[in-house]
Design a protein around this ligand. Structure first.
Ligand code: THU
Length: 133
């Protein structure tokens, strides 16, 4: 595993800025992209609940608006008693820009607790080839 400290620090900083007045559940995300930059995101909720966005979506949007195109590794941090795992929609979002082997680091608010491959979390995600007739 790579040194996850820079990703953890970045994700924790982003998490502090989360806008989560409805769930009270702040999430931070940081990813290392192929341009060697770290991009971050935090969850942004909305009074119209489905309009809220996850931390991962924010980090991916920042990467695309920046100069990154691929996710080399990604870290998600949150509080709570259970270790956070990305929601299904975010796994699909990550899959768009990552490979089966891409590491997903799961952290609490102090340290990385588990590292999994994307294929572990999303073994059968929707693929481009499924569109072919
Ligand atoms: N959330 C994320 O930011 N990422 C996830 O992978 C799971 C859930 C956010 C969405 C919502 O603002 C809050 O956590 C509670 O669901």
């Amino acid at each position: 595993m790579s040194n996850t400290q820079p990703l953890l620090s970045a994700a924790l900083s982003a998490r502090k800025k989360a806008y989560a007045p409805y769930s009270g559940f702040a999430v931070g995300c940081a990813l290392l992209a192929d341009d060697k930059q770290i991009y971050t995101g935090a969850n942004v909720e909305n009074i119209s609940y489905p309009c809220g966005t996850c931390a991962e979506a924010g980090a991916i949007a920042a990467m695309i608006a920046g100069s990154g195109r691929r996710i080399l590794e990604i870290l998600i941090t949150a509080g709570g008693t259970d270790l956070i795992t990305p929601c299904g929609a975010c796994l699909q979002r990550i899959a768009e820009f990552a490979d089966a082997e891409t590491q997903i680091h799961l952290a609490d608010t102090t340290a990385v607790k588990k590292t999994l491959k994307l294929a572990d979390l999303l073994p059968l995600g929707f693929k481009e080839r499924s569109l072919k007739s």
